[in-house]
Ligand binder design. Structure first.
Ligand code: DX5
Ligand code: ZN
Length: 214
């Protein structure tokens, strides 16, 4: 199980220190939430921040694009240092072309689904995907409550998909067992990690849960 702290809940005025803190705490990758104020009502970060992050860590960067027309920007995010690039199925006209382009650029290709979007909508693309990001909150903001019903999507997907299943939104050590039980390989957690002073403690709690299950 991979643990991916979401930078959205980090202190942006001390981003490098925050990254080093979770890196030392033993996380596996960094989740970077990109929002455009169109696809979601919030605005966050762009390629220049991703390249700044790239300079201070060797952790893989898992870039979650909550933007319309992502095909326009993937080359720029890849150049900035994104290792995994996830687009939303609802945000792109030519999903397959975009996923192929992500792989052609040498990144892992991912697709995400909003809570209201049936998981079946991504079935036509499974062969073009390295990961699927199941949203367990409405995309746009950190710190929302986990939607347990979304785990049905991971369960439906698991037997059909051999790539990584990632779950994003409202995850903490208390509901982690349920998320892993549904078939998740990657746990994205923003406020549960950065909201606590002792990040090593939180990551250890997550690891404890994974150990108990396996
Ligand atoms: C929500 C983002 C999430 C969010 C997770 O739109 O995609 O990655 O930052 O934060 P928490 O864990 O606080 O829900
Ligand atoms: Zn995210």
């Amino acid at each position: 199980i991979l643990i991916a702290p979401s930078l959205l809940s980090a202190d942006f005025s001390r981003l490098a220190e925050e990254i080093h803190d979770v890196e030392r705490a033993g996380c596996d990758l960094l989740h970077v939430d990109v929002m455009d104020g169109h696809f979601v009502p919030n605005l966050t970060i762009g390629p220049c921040v991703v390249s700044a992050v790239r300079k201070v860590t060797r952790l893989p960067l898992d870039v979650h694009l909550m933007i319309d027309n992502p095909v326009k920007y993937i080359a720029e995010f890849r150049k900035a240092g994104a290792d995994w690039i996830t687009i939303h199925v609802e945000a792109e006209k030519d999903v397959r072309k975009t996923l192929d382009e992500i792989r052609r650029l040498g990144a892992k290709a991912g697709i995400s689904v909003r809570p209201k979007t049936p998981i079946q909508e991504i079935f036509p693309y499974l062969d073009a995907l390295d990961l699927v990001l199941v949203m367990s909150v409405e995309p746009g903001f950190g710190g929302q409550s986990f939607m347990p019903d979304m785990m049905e999507k991971a369960k439906t997907l698991r037997p059909r998909f051999s790539g990584l299943i990632s779950v994003d939104g409202g995850i903490d050590p208390k509901n982690a067992a349920q998320v892993i039980g549904a078939g998740a390989d990657v746990l994205v957690a923003g406020s549960a990690v950065f909201g606590k002073k002792d990040r090593a403690q939180v990551i250890a709690e997550f690891r404890e849960v994974t150990k108990k299950i396996s």
